[in-house]
Design a protein around this ligand. Sequence first.
Ligand code: PEP
Length: 252
Amino acid sequence: MRKLIIANWKMNGNISKIKHDLESYAQNPITNQDNIIFALPYVFLDNASQVQKIYGAQYKISSQDISQFDGFGAYTGEVSGTILSDLGVEYAIVGHSERRKIGETSDVLAKKLELAINNKITPIYCIGESYEDRVENNYLIKLEKELEILFELNQLVSNIIIAYEPIWAIGTGLTPSIAQIDEIMRLIKVTVKKNLPNAYVSTIYGGSVIADNTKDFLESSLVDGLLVGGASLKAEEFIKICSCGQSVMSTT
Ligand code: PEP
């Protein structure tokens, strides 16, 4: 069964690291695979796209965000789906908790999802509850609410990745149990199937993924892949994660 491995570099990297790492990933059969996606800062997307073209690499390039405005125009600092698509970007993270924290509302996220889809960019839509929501048992309501904005997009969505990233697991070293992850993967699959019957949905997990816990997560048949933050910046660790992904794919 195909498993996605998405590297979220966040606000990290420089031109020489991008060039060095992506060139070596392009020449490594473990990482030169179309189930591997690199979500990079805007400024490096063109460099990444050039490396991808020169080496004919199979891996995919993602942005970490997309503008709520389309096309071109007087929106200083924004990068539209039109521009991303022109750069060869095929995926965009939408609604990461680190962006929700700085003020992204549901209306803005709904617009971003719509514009990604209109520009043939597959959204990687992130949802996740806070530690308080989890201990107070409000997490299901919170997650259902975050999923709701997808249902307005009914006719548009054909392909979407939904990442369950509990806020309390991001960058903390804490992770939910497989049973807790499976509960949410099931919730997403059932809810989305009911409301977006024509969409192909992949459900992935993110939050403190490292090489040592990759296998446990990927062995769940409900987990279609992983979103990897900190560990994706260390090439050796990331290669181990991808290698584990390939071996789970070959046995499931
Ligand atoms: C993330 O922020 O998307 C993430 C998964 O981070 P980390 O792996 O560092 O917890």
